[in-house]
Design a protein around this ligand. Sequence first.
Ligand SMILES: Cc1ncc(COP(=O)(O)O)c(C=O)c1O
Length: 367
Amino acid sequence: MIPLCIPEIRGNEWKYVKDCIDTSWVSSVGSYVDLFEEKFAEYVNGQKAVVTMNGTAALQLALVTLGIGEEDEVIVPSMTFISPINTIKYVGATPVFCDCCRDTFVMDAEKIEELITPKTKVIMPVHIYGHPVDMDKVMEIAAKYNLYVIEDATESLGSTYKGRMTGTIGHIGAYSFNGNKLITTGAGGMLVTNDLELGNRAKYLSNQTKTILDNKGCYHEEMGYNFRMPNLLAAFGVAQLENIVEYIKAKRKNAAYYNELLKDIKGITLSGEREWAENCYWLYSILVEDDYRLSRDELMAKLEEEGIQTRPFFMAVHEMPPYKECKHGNMSVTKELCSRGINLPSSVSLTKEQIETVCNVIKKYSK
Ligand SMILES: Cc1ncc(COP(=O)(O)O)c(C=O)c1O
């Protein structure tokens, strides 16, 4: 079987985790927690990183840190994993859904402005499958209307926009280390910001707003959250981060080979890479057009018969029960992408032969 995307564990993971066990520093205080935050901030070139128990928590923490709550609206794409949208609801705010671009699959920055109302407080671009959103346009709109930008960079760790790491361009960025992500800690996340004040506040909120008094008592000035990551997982993360450059290189090489083999197949559209983007290709993706011999779902079934695991694009969240009453713009591109897109096998360890096997099946059923 060729899996969709499996973790790559080839470095010091065991050594560092064993160190935690040997020294009993297994919980949420420990040197690997600090080291993971430091090294991560250094890697993405952000001022401050705050580790969390997952990417969803990092997004919620971002919203809480910025004081977003009831009556506020957050502009977000609909074609995404549901996490960012749920976090908007967790804090009592309301998502407003934006359409996406047909070539890069991400939120269409040109369609944001028409969704802004006096209640809008945040734009939340999601760099789906790895390609960056047009962040200059997002930041320009945010400045014009005095809005915050929270980047959901959970799928785009290592992707750059005009040379800058995704997740560090808006006011706050969030990353995930779920098992299928570029680097993993089993479960985990990170909040990053270039605003030290916001970063320190996020850290404080993530640790139950705990202040230790002179007599060692715990004092809490306001309500906080337990979003902390244990040292054990941070140790795993430090080891993963040591190999991230190699992982991205492998993903980009695999994507280039897919592009080469698929570029002339009638009815298959490849994902574009805008001139200002460097995509980490977290999940390599294609669109199945009307002039392909099979429908998207039929092609996925054929690939499955050959032992190739794929996934359809995310379904539109604005059509799902918890969110179907929310406002949205014209969602015609979203609708199309959701019915045409497929994520192909994208593990770091994917071999040339495996890519050829996948592409041969796609070629076999073309007209
Ligand atoms: C776009 C997006 N946002 C947020 C998340 C949430 O991350 P986590 O699963 O670590 O909570 C994920 C993935 O899992 C995701 O794909």
